[in-house]
Design a protein around this ligand. Structure first.
Ligand SMILES: [Zn+2]
Length: 134
């Protein structure tokens, strides 16, 4: 593994309680209606963040926001190439919205363990495809 230089990665969101997820979802519904909300956020009880196995990462380059342009930053590139070595996958990949039910989220990492992460990464799968749900 090449040693990364000067990367500024920040965990912006990790474990969330049911109540916290409920208020986040309510915020999106308020802002853009239930249909749009369900594509960018999970209903309480349905978020991976409630499992403690998901983490949103970001960088000062995108003002600590969770935006798709994160993928173009050195941090986003590093995550894309190296997360699997640590057992993490980009859970909602680009162009897989129909399978995952979520828009592309280059910042949302899910811990699945090193072996599954390696296969998922190398074969360009979603977790659903890896588990045989698709
Ligand atoms: Zn997330």
């Amino acid at each position: 593994m090449k040693k990364p230089k000067n990367l500024n990665l920040y965990a912006q969101s990790g474990y969330r309680s049911y109540e916290r997820q409920e208020s986040i979802f309510a915020y999106y519904v308020e802002r853009s209606g239930e249909e749009k909300a369900s594509r960018v956020s999970a209903n309480a009880g349905h978020s991976e963040h409630q499992t403690g196995l998901a983490m949103d990462v970001t960088t000062p380059e995108v003002n600590f926001q969770l935006v798709t342009s994160f993928e173009d930053t050195p941090e986003g590139q590093w995550i894309k190439e190296n997360a699997a070595q640590f057992g993490f996958i980009i859970r909602y990949p680009k162009d897989k919205e129909k399978i995952t039910g979520y828009q592309y989220e280059p910042w949302h990492l899910r811990f699945v363990g090193k072996e599954p992460a390696k296969v998922i990464h190398e074969q360009g799968l979603t977790l659903e495809e890896y588990l045989g749900f698709e």
